[in-house]
Design a protein around this ligand. Structure first.
Ligand SMILES: *[C@@H]1O[C@H](CO)[C@@H](O)[C@H](O)[C@H]1NC(C)=O
Ligand SMILES: *[C@@H]1O[C@H](CO)[C@@H](O)[C@H](O)[C@H]1NC(C)=O
Ligand SMILES: *[C@@H]1O[C@H](CO)[C@@H](O)[C@H](O)[C@H]1NC(C)=O
Ligand SMILES: *[C@@H]1O[C@H](CO)[C@@H](O)[C@H](O)[C@H]1NC(C)=O
Ligand SMILES: *[C@@H]1O[C@H](CO)[C@@H](O)[C@H](O)[C@H]1NC(C)=O
Length: 331
């Protein structure tokens, strides 16, 4: 603990004590479980580990005066040192081989627990009148893109994906599955469940969320076709219970503020405006506008947390059966 000489300095150096937010129990009772792909090498990953293994850079240059060590409690200070141009950058670059072991994350055990890591953020937006959206953000240190005509596209360091469950008076109504730039929505009744908990299937390498196992073409955003040039695969590989590795928050849309569910939960990182992995390499060649290596994504605050519909944008189709969403084939 640092000594401070005046109460003014004390006030400036400590975050304001704020009462912990109450996370409704139903947000846990109906939290999705995630089927990770059986042979996916890239598993859920610890948020702090991402900071420990990277350096904040702007234009591939380390930021002078960046907080050190970088923590989930001070990450937002980078907003004043480059804002959206800041990228949490690996020492060896995305093409480094062999890949450092931390990029592979942690495989959950037989109880769905990935151990002593935080790889999920639950964010609750109470719209009032019993309407509550619970977001479940999943973090993976690495996204391995899909192959098209033998070429690989869209690898990036840092990967944020999410489900969102919309509640009415504590009853789940519908669920959003993030998939690449877009996603799909289903009624709660339509989705597969483990008990009352909905299931999400994580695409091999890309971690896009699907409502079922199989092969998914995601060439057309929001439409899940069984075949096409850009394929994701999902199966019942390893079942992850993200609530066992989660921090939980409420989100106040009018002020844009997050409040932690308990005093031990860091908040500042949610306000970070930069990228969670390396920027796109400068000399990266693109084919049809697509690159093998792309920039790391920004965080949960950019995922339209205050939604009118279950989807982040309109029009929003909420499917009432999974088969309507696409003709899936088992693999
Ligand atoms: C899934 O990804 C792993 C590597 O993470 C790879 O070895 C395997 O071939 C992939 N499977 C499919 C069906 O793409
Ligand atoms: C980025 O750095 C390079 C030198 O490495 C410099 O030529 C370029 O102007 C910089 N770009 C920006 C936007 O600052
Ligand atoms: C920093 O980025 C955020 C998010 O895009 C933006 O809203 C804000 O205006 C930016 N701040 C500055 C000083 O440019
Ligand atoms: C949040 O969304 C609600 C609709 O549910 C809307 O009435 C409100 O104006 C939005 N708030 C902000 C700050 O955009
Ligand atoms: C899926 O497509 C195949 C042909 O590609 C068709 O034979 C089958 O009936 C379809 N199944 C469903 C459930 O739509």
């Amino acid at each position: 603990m640092r000594m401070v000489s005046s109460s003014v300095a004390l006030a400036a150096s400590l975050p304001l004590a704020r009462a912990a937010a109450t996370i409704p129990q139903y947000v846990y009772d109906y939290a999705p479980k995630v089927w990770l792909y059986s042979t996916d090498a890239y598993r859920p990953s610890d948020l702090q580990a991402q900071l420990d293994n990277t350096t904040p850079q702007v234009n591939w240059t380390a930021i002078e005066g960046a907080p050190s060590p970088l923590t989930l409690d001070n990450l937002d200070q980078l907003n004043d040192l480059g804002n959206t141009s800041v990228y949490l950058t690996t020492a060896g670059g995305i093409a480094a081989r062999p890949m450092p072991s931390w990029l592979f994350g942690v495989t959950p055990d037989s109880s769905g627990n990935a151990g002593n890591i935080h790889a999920c953020a639950i964010v609750v937006n109470d719209h009032g009148s019993g309407a509550v959206d619970a977001f479940y953000f999943y973090f993976y240190a690495y996204n391995k893109g899909d192959k098209v005509l033998g070429l690989e596209f869209g690898d990036h360091i840092g990967d944020w994906e999410h489900n969102m469950v919309r509640f009415s008076n504590g009853e789940p109504q519908a669920m959003w599955f993030s998939q690449h730039a877009s996603g799909q929505a289903f009624t709660y009744d339509a989705v597969e469940k483990d008990g009352q908990r909905p299931l999400s299937y994580s695409g091999n390498g890309t971690h896009a969320n699907y409502a079922n196992a199989g092969q998914h073409d995601h060439t057309i955003p929001g439409i899940d076709l069984p075949d096409g040039p850009l394929l994701d695969y999902s199966d019942q590989g390893v079942l992850w219970d993200p609530t066992l590795n989660a921090y939980a928050y409420t989100y106040d849309a009018s002020s844009g503020t997050f409040t932690a569910g308990d005093d031990n939960t860091p908040v500042a990182w949610l306000n970070f405006n930069g990228g969670w992995g390396d920027d796109q390499p400068k000399n990266e060649k693109t084919i049809f506008g697509q690159a093998e290596y792309v920039a790391g994504p920004n965080g949960p605050k950019f995922k339209t947390l205050n939604r009118t519909e279950v989807c982040p944008s309109s029009p929003c189709v909420v499917w009432d059966a999974i088969v309507l969403a696409g003709n899936e084939t088992s693999i």
